[in-house]
Design a protein around this ligand. Structure first.
Ligand code: GCW
Length: 679
């Protein structure tokens, strides 16, 4: 089927295992839904479509309760409230849900309930997931509550439909045909998001065009918001800080100027007249040439609070990005902390500061950003990148859940041991009301949405981890593979390990042992560790690896840039000492002699060679794993992944050769004989 990749993880193909099918047919025979709202209608439609597809038979929607009825509704539903107390449901908050097997008037039923309609929608998707992943459903008792409140995608989509760092075609938003033409893709996009609990989307690039805030576009934005509303998804926009000048006829965008403040207040009123549940603004300011409050000698807090004041009467929020860096400093790593940490406590209560997972820029491996744990009075939102800007675009298979987990699980020691990044992001460490996690979208107009069939898993993982970051990467891979491909054990046994190891493999053939930002200038594809011609020093790979005859790596200890001082002393002590620094972060923090003895007993030069070779060899292993499932997956996706792995293999060798030969010009040592390869 030509649309094999289109259906994502919502395929709902008929279950083939006869015993399981019997089990499901015994336990589910009908659905009872008092669908009195758009959201409940969407939930009922999804449940019907999903169950009928999976169970290969018609499911009736009836008010009569029979054995096998799925009774779905909020706690107000009379049948449900006679089974589950409202106190119990209340514990699930505004978006959680309960799925429970129960007896009602002698009938065995399944209840799906929540305090609000959207929780019922999430519960229906969760019930479908149980069937999609072939779980038993005869005695269900599940309570699920999202850990993070704002679970978002950030599209870097431009109004001309190009996508910044987008590798899956053009933007899915067809601005030209909106608002009159609603592409089915918008609805399927909303379904996919809702199925993993994503409840907010920023439609446009953070390098923003102010025109999206003009009436002609707001009409189009409103049409998308109407499509997403039944799926519990709010729309947000990236706001260009200089919009008062560009579309407001003002001469300044100074946040303390009364005319500027009035512009934004009117803009907010106008926005909410189009979109009553508009989410708010995402802002990139004074970063990479974007305008911002510093143009007027004002602080990030001045800028954010001015916008926040305009949105506040409508219940909107401002998400202010902390991605700033400066060429004048000795170390780009330090800039965000230096600018933002002193502003802790100065932001209004409807502002979140959005911080990238690492201090430089979405590298295959980064230590956690030192702002996490350093701004206790400010809700910090996590920004991950799903689109693989520095990880082989949509050509390389790299499952990012292990990268996300590594960061979320990292202990900041902000309030002593056990102060993981996740506890800062979910707001629990400081009892913040707002909390959020965003992924920079990898979605485009390609038939399969994300370019690489396996890149869908990164979208999926973001949603699942924002809902519950305690899920393991392995659980997420398992769920996604079962739903997206098959429940076949042979398939899972071959493909799951390949997915789970893929990120480490990528680190090994691109930037092992703490190397970072060695990618080609500007496009960030392929190796260019030698590059030194960028207009800014801190865009050059040589700035980051600092290789010389003595060694390699960026000294961020007190002898060097002292960036480690931005971490809690426990972490700074660990990273700052070559003996205690985890080797995987070593060259992030130390300039290490080529002859340095590693834990393995090899010297640094040898260890680097071993990593690069192992990375490239491991892609060949991925190819073999994939080849072994040839007869288990559909031909279309089998071929697509096979071709992509072929490219990845060639490019892993390209990376290996480029980096090993380049660094060899400094180390002057031989490549270990054991690594000699025929051909
Ligand atoms: O990763 C870098 C990208 C830019 C991007 C910027 C950012 C949107 O190379 O393309 O711009 O980060 O996050 O603002």
């Amino acid at each position: 089927q030509a649309e094999d990749g289109y259906r994502l993880w919502l395929r709902y193909d008929s279950i083939t295992d006869a015993a399981l099918l019997k089990h499901y047919r015994q336990n589910i025979t009908a659905i009872h839904f008092d669908a009195t709202s758009q959201v409940l209608n969407a939930a009922a439609a999804e449940l019907l479509q999903g169950l009928q597809g999976l169970m290969g038979q018609e499911i009736v929607q009836t008010n009569a309760i029979q054995d096998g009825s799925v009774v779905a509704g909020t706690a107000q539903n009379k049948i449900i409230s006679s089974i589950i107390s409202t106190e119990e449901t209340d514990k699930t908050g505004k978006e959680g849900f309960i799925i429970k097997t129960a007896m009602y008037k002698g009938r065995k039923i399944i209840v799906v309930t929540a305090t609000r309609d959207v929780g019922v929608l999430y519960g229906c998707f969760a019930l479908l997931r149980l069937l999609q992943t072939n779980q038993q459903i005869n005695t269900l008792n599940i309570t699920s509550v999202p850990k993070v409140k704002l679970r978002m995608l950030n599209h870097w989509d431009n109004l001309n439909r190009t996508v910044e760092r987008g590798y899956a075609g053009m933007s899915i938003w067809n601005w030209h045909k909106l608002p009159g033409y609603i592409d089915q893709r918008y609805i399927d996009y909303a379904r996919a998001n809702a199925s993993v609990g994503i409840n907010g989307v920023v439609l446009n690039n953070v390098n923003a065009n102010a025109v999206i805030l003009s009436p002609a576009y707001l009409e189009k934005v409103a049409a998308l918001a109407a499509v997403f509303r039944p799926y519990g998804i709010k729309v947000y926009l990236s706001a260009r800080f200089s919009a008062p000048i560009e579309i407001g006829n003002l001469e300044t965008a100074d946040p303390l100027n009364a005319g500027v403040q009035a512009f934004w207040q009117q803009k907010a009123d106008e926005l909410y007249s189009y979109i009553p549940d508009f989410g708010g603004f995402l802002v990139k300011a004074n970063s990479e040439g974007q305008p911002g409050p510093q143009n007027y000698n004002r602080s990030h807090a001045d800028g954010a609070n001015m916008l926040a004041a305009a949105l506040k009467p409508h219940g909107g929020i401002v998400i202010w990005r902390a991605f700033v860096y400066n060429n004048n400093d000795d170390d780009r790593f330090k800039q965000a902390y230096n600018e933002f940490q002193p502003l802790d406590g100065k932001f209004s209560d409807n502002v979140l500061v959005q911080v990238k997972n690492g201090p430089v820029d979405f590298q295959p491996r980064e230590p956690f950003h030192p702002l996490f744990g350093a701004m206790p009075a400010t809700p910090l939102m996590m920004e991950f990148q799903l689109t693989q800007e520095y990880l082989g675009f949509s050509t390389h298979l790299v499952f990012l859940a292990p990268l996300f987990k590594e960061c979320l699980d990292a202990d900041t020691y902000a309030k002593g041991k056990g102060s993981q990044v996740a506890k800062i992001v979910d707001g629990s460490l400081e009892q913040h009301v707002l909390s959020g996690m965003a992924g920079v979208s990898n979605i485009g107009s390609d038939i399969n949405w994300t370019g690489h069939p396996f890149a869908q898993a990164n979208w999926y993982a973001l949603g699942r981890l924002a809902w519950d970051y305690t899920l393991s990467a392995s659980e997420i891979a398992d769920e996604w593979l079962r739903q997206t491909f098959t429940n076949d054990n042979m398939f899972l046994k071959a493909v799951k390990p390949m997915m789970l190891d893929s990120r480490e493999i990528c680190v090994n053939y691109m930037t092992p042992l703490g190397l970072h930002h060695l990618m080609g200038y500007s496009h960030h594809y392929g190796p260019a560790p030698w590059y030194n011609k960028a207009e800014r020093a801190d865009w050059n790979p040589v700035y980051f690896h600092k290789a010389d005859k003595n060694g390699v790596g960026f000294d961020r200890t007190p002898k060097g840039s002292n960036a480690i001082a931005q971490y809690n002393t426990v972490i700074a002590g660990k990273f700052g000492n070559l003996k205690s620094c985890d080797e995987q972060f070593m060259l992030w923090f130390h300039h290490v002699p080529w002859t340095h003895m590693m834990q393995s007993g090899n010297n640094l030069w040898e260890a680097l060679c071993y990593r690069y070779y192992s990375g490239a060899d491991s892609v060949a292993w991925m190819q073999r794993q994939w080849e072994s499932v040839k007869n288990i997956v559909d031909e279309e996706r089998f071929k697509q992944v096979k071709m992509l792995l072929g490219i990845q293999k060639e490019e892993a060798i390209w990376w290996r050769n480029a980096c090993v030969l380049y660094f060899q010009t400094f180390s002057g040592m031989q490549i270990p004989a054991a690594l000699e390869r025929p051909g």
